[in-house]
Design a binder for this molecule. Structure first.
Ligand SMILES: [Zn+2]
Length: 204
């Protein structure tokens, strides 16, 4: 697991939430509508909350937080799912785009394809791509790349990690590919970037 640069996220300790019971967990993985008015569940790794019946990919159990009502989940800084609309309101495209950017920021260190992202953000890949591009002006893939480059720069400047470690830490297991992408974004290889920064810092 990569070291988190910024641990802050929704649903942190100290906020109102309930422990997940086996019964609730079963309701979530079976998308059971009988539980829809009994609780809501939020997923810490995506920042999104749903009704139990939501037909989404089953989350990792340790990332699930349970709330008695939508207001509590909102207060814990989770955002309503586009698909199951747990607040009963349609999610505006702008808010969905914000939700997608948050999801990318929390998961850039994982393998993140358009399909995986669409799954996490509860929409079709086509719809996600179109909506994101229209609102943000860039594609989700470009946004992921920017995020990874920005994080890689932080690692290059603030740590002594090797280039291949940094590549893994920003979600790209293939080091040559990481170097190619980094150079495309910044005009320098990661090693050059680090070297140039160090020279500048030492007043040279
Ligand atoms: Zn949902």
């Amino acid at each position: 697991m990569p070291e988190p640069i910024n641990e802050e996220g929704p649903g942190d300790p100290g906020q109102i939430m309930m422990r997940i019971s086996d019964e609730q967990w079963r309701a979530i993985i079976h998308n059971d509508p009988a539980y829809d008015h009994k609780f809501f569940y939020a997923v810490k790794s995506t920042g999104i909350f749903c009704r139990p019946s939501c037909k989404s990919r089953p989350p990792r159990k340790e990332n699930v937080r349970i709330y008695g009502n939508a207001k509590e989940a909102l207060e814990a800084r989770f955002r309503p799912c586009k698909r199951c609309k747990p607040t009963g309101e349609r999610l505006p495209d702008h808010e969905w785009a914000v939700q997608i950017t948050r999801c990318i920021e929390m998961n850039y260190m994982e393998p993140l394809t358009l399909n995986i992202l669409a799954d996490m953000c509860h929409g079709s890949p086509y719809h996600l791509q179109r909506t994101f591009k229209r609102v943000m002006g860039i594609t989700p893939t470009e946004y992921i790349q920017r995020q990874r480059t920005a994080r890689a720069i932080e690692y290059l400047i603030h740590t002594e990690k090797a280039i291949h470690e940094i590549a893994v830490n920003v979600g790209i297991a293939n080091t040559p590919y990481f170097i190619t992408l980094f150079k495309k974004s910044t005009g320098h290889t990661p090693a050059e970037y680090r070297h140039k920064h160090r020279i500048k810092q030492n007043g040279g």
